[in-house]
Write a protein that binds this ligand. Structure first.
Ligand SMILES: NC(=O)c1ccc[n+]([C@@H]2O[C@H](COP(=O)([O-])OP(=O)(O)OC[C@H]3O[C@@H](n4cnc5c(N)ncnc54)[C@H](O)[C@@H]3O)[C@@H](O)[C@H]2O)c1
Length: 266
């Protein structure tokens, strides 16, 4: 008989949450968890989610464009009367960017800096004045396992994810006394369109899954669960830090023997 695993229930009634990249795998899962627990969610994306939810409003915004972000955050503040949580999640890792630095298209380096780093700056910068007025708020940056260590051929994407972790630390220090907490989450490989698009570049699904001690890719909901906790009052003494949600990936030293490939991936 399976043992009980424990259960958590969140109450986010009345909270206003902004999630970027809401049309993607992880962003939608985060938005949905917040909406299901009662929050009003504003999703910013250049695309449109395939699903819908009565408490998720999607605004067409390019997070790399400061003026679009400022206008959207202003609109949200006017409409909703406050901003309680910001989740910086929209980021890109084009398949063509899996190349060493001297071979990568300069435009792709620019694009990843503009969206992955610039976008996080603009969204946080636009929301902070309201959070300061409230003397409360939480910002969660989606970083990556690449914020801590790297693999071959990610000279554009990897460093942007390291920047996301340090953006969180920097903002956390600067706004701690204004009642604002800032943290980052570093996922391992999660089963989303972003990872599906580059499975070949990452050695195939079996090899990628097998690099995680838990022996599988993560699910978007498993990242959402971490964001929910970090944004909740349960994490009230947690700031200026990163939570790795990576199936143990970060703990496996590169000198360790690889795991035997499970039968299901052979
Ligand atoms: N999937 C993974 O394995 C993984 C691992 C580590 C970190 N992450 C991080 O998690 C976050 C989400 O990744 P994902 O796998 O869900 O990606 P995804 O590609 O599935 O979704 C990304 C979303 O961002 C949106 N977006 C792209 N450019 C935008 C822009 N300029 N303005 C607004 N929206 C834009 C896309 O339309 C899409 O909806 C990213 O920050 C990524 O770096 C993902």
């Amino acid at each position: 008989m399976a043992r009980p695993l424990g259960k958590i229930a969140y109450d986010n009634q009345g909270r206003v949450v902004i999630v970027t990249g809401v049309a993607g795998g992880i962003g939608w899962a985060i938005a949905e968890e917040f909406a299901e627990s009662g929050a009003t969610v504003y999703g910013l994306d250049i695309g449109t989610p395939t699903a819908s939810h009565s408490r998720i409003v999607v605004l067409r915004v390019d997070v790399g464009d400061r003026h679009q972000v400022e206008a959207a955050v202003h609109q949200i503040t006017e409409q909703a009367g406050g901003i309680d949580v910001v989740v910086n999640n929209a980021a890109v890792q084009p398949v063509a960017s899996f190349r060493p630095l001297h071979e990568i298209e300069p435009e792709l380096l620019d694009q990843m800096l503009r969206i992955n780093v610039g976008g996080y700056n603009w969204v946080a910068r636009s929301a902070l004045p309201q959070m300061i007025r409230q003397q409360s708020g939480v910002i969660v940056n989606l970083a990556s396992a690449h914020a801590w260590r790297s693999s071959r051929d990610v000279p554009g994407y990897g460093p942007t994810k390291a920047a996301n972790r340090m953006q969180a630390v920097q903002w956390a220090l600067d706004y701690a006394r204004a009642g604002i907490r800032v943290v980052s989450v570093s996922p391992g490989a999660i089963d989303t369109p972003l990872v599906r698009a580059s499975l070949e570049q990452q050695g195939g699904e079996g090899a990628l899954a097998n690099r995680h001690p838990l022996g599988r890719l993560g699910k978007p909901q498993e990242i959402a669960a971490a964001v929910m906790w970090l944004s909740s009052s349960g994490a009230s003494f947690v700031t200026a830090t990163d939570l790795e949600v990576d199936g143990g990936l970060g703990g496996l030293g590169s000198f360790a023997d690889p795991y035997v490939m499970p039968e299901r991936y052979r």
